[in-house]
Design a protein around this ligand. Structure first.
Ligand SMILES: Cc1cc2nc3c(=O)[nH]c(=O)nc-3n(C[C@H](O)[C@H](O)[C@H](O)COP(=O)(O)OP(=O)(O)OC[C@H]3O[C@@H](n4cnc5c(N)ncnc54)[C@H](O)[C@@H]3O)c2cc1C
Length: 430
């Protein structure tokens, strides 16, 4: 890096929220390697798209390839709004033209194999791509073996809609086709899982749809947990906006599922109750995206242990794992968290290539949820890293929406939610 580039990198980092540490001249890369260092980013969702973009922002001379099967990424954030009919799927779809314009090489394929020793990945078409640094942000997969009576194929009958796209559309179509008076079951998983408040926003926005179009219908929530994110705020909103429509059953009161008869759309609980419904949204227990398992990057719980300062794998050097797939201390598995980690990871990689000491990262997360289109609630926090604690929540930072608030306040938060979506998608995909 010449003096100008070095100054530019430091300025960019400062603008992106890093506390700068001293710079060291050590680097594992030779001068010629630095100019052409190859970074592969697998997964073009919130973590991967952000990381590929910021690698390019921090150092446009890097050779960056983003590998993602879809040409348009359909987000999970605001997919609950699609279920309730207040948004369409196109409004939550994003392409990669901005990445291509920046000079990021975008390859639409799936990585089927990682050779961590030979340092290459194999694509679906058999092609091999070699790397100096590899970033994985493959999101989540499901622990189907933990669910009695259901397989991945049964998600065509009982959609999870916990990965964006066709599953969102399938669940939406089922809601539209169901009879007025029929019931909907929503079954959220135990911790940890993608987007802790997501199932309860879903309950709310499906209730919003039913209230308008199928007012005789009801929602039964069979929860694998005994409490959930922003519970008091959600329940207050449900009582106010959808009285008598939603019944939430916690794990200790009969919410835990024993087995599912997928073809009969019937759920049997551990307490021996049997529930049949026209629409069931069972959200299975989760693990890191499949490729991290085949590459042996996960622990016994199915998630990827990483150095939480750089997101480098604890299993293999030069492989970084970000987003939902990683174990990121106290951070929740969210799109905002993945975006924040994408920037930290990009800075860590550029620092390593140029032998600069990694700056002190600061991470951020805000999760807005819509209880109705004009009723928003939120939870926010800032996080830092320490060697002893890993990523921890900064005391006194952020917080949740107040329980006592008027309609104007809730409406304002709903507006902020839309503003948040526009800015996070523009930061990740723009
Ligand atoms: C209903 C719902 C609502 C949500 N709402 C919010 C919200 O309001 N705010 C928020 O912050 N978060 C929200 N989330 C969470 C958010 O969607 C995830 O946390 C976020 O997408 C994680 O980013 P990621 O990069 O880890 O994974 P993803 O964004 O899922 O991206 C993973 C990508 O990797 C690709 N991929 C996987 N395997 C391979 C492979 N082998 N080769 C190539 N590509 C591969 C996939 O195609 C995918 O595009 C919500 C989630 C749900 C389900």
């Amino acid at each position: 890096m010449n003096t100008y580039d070095r100054r530019r990198f430091i300025k960019l980092l400062a603008n992106t929220g890093f506390m700068l540490a001293s710079m060291s001249p050590l680097s594992a890369f030779s001068k010629s390697q630095k100019a052409s260092a190859r970074v592969l980013v697998v997964g073009g969702g919130f973590g991967g798209a952000t990381c590929a973009k910021y690698l390019n922002v921090f150092d446009p001379s890097l050779s960056i390839t983003l590998i993602e099967p879809s040409t348009r990424f359909k987000t999970c954030p605001f997919s609950n709004a699609v279920l309730s009919g207040i948004r369409d799927i196109d409004s939550i779809s994003h392409g990669y033209q901005a990445h291509e314009k920046r000079g990021v090489n975008v390859v639409h394929d799936r990585v089927t194999h990682i050779d961590a020793v030979g340092k290459y990945v194999t694509l679906g078409d058999g092609k091999k791509l070699f790397y100096d640094k590899l970033v994985l942000s493959p999101g989540i997969d499901f622990k189907w073996d933990d669910v009695e009576g259901m397989t991945a194929a049964d998600a065509k009958i009982i959609p999870h809609a916990w990965q964006g796209g066709s599953q969102t559309t399938l669940l939406r179509n089922q809601l539209v086709s169901m009879r007025d008076g029929a019931s909907v079951i929503i079954a959220p998983p135990g911790n940890p899982f993608r987007c802790p408040p997501g199932p309860y926003e879903r309950v709310s926005l499906i209730a919003h749809y039913l209230k308008q179009h199928k007012p005789k219908s009801k929602i039964l929530v069979l929860d694998a947990k005994s409490k959930f994110s922003k519970q008091a705020l959600f329940m207050q909103g449900w009582k106010k906006l959808y009285p008598g429509m939603i019944e939430w059953v916690g794990a200790d009161d009969g919410g835990r599922i024993d087995y599912i008869e997928a073809k009969n759309k019937t759920i049997h609980t551990e307490m021996g109750d049997k529930h049949k419904a026209e629409v069931i949204n069972f959200i299975p227990p989760q693990k890191a995206g499949l490729i991290t398992h085949t590459a042996e990057l996960t622990n016994g719980d199915g998630w990827c242990p990483v150095n939480q300062r750089t997101f480098e794998s604890k299993q293999y050097p030069d492989i970084h794992i970000i987003g939902d797939a990683s174990i990121a201390g106290k951070m929740p598995k969210s799109g905002f968290a993945a975006n924040s980690q994408g920037k930290v990871c990009a800075a860590a990689i550029v620092s390593a290539i140029y032998g600069n000491k990694m700056p002190e990262p600061s991470y951020v997360n805000t999760c807005y949820s819509l209880v109705s289109p004009d009723y928003g609630i939120s939870v926010a926090a800032v996080y830092r890293y320490s060697h002893d604690k890993g990523i921890y929540k900064v005391k006194g930072s952020g917080g949740v929406s107040p329980i006592e608030a008027d309609a104007a306040f809730r409406k304002q938060e709903a507006r902020y939610a839309k503003g948040w979506y526009d800015s996070i998608t523009s930061d990740s995909f723009g």
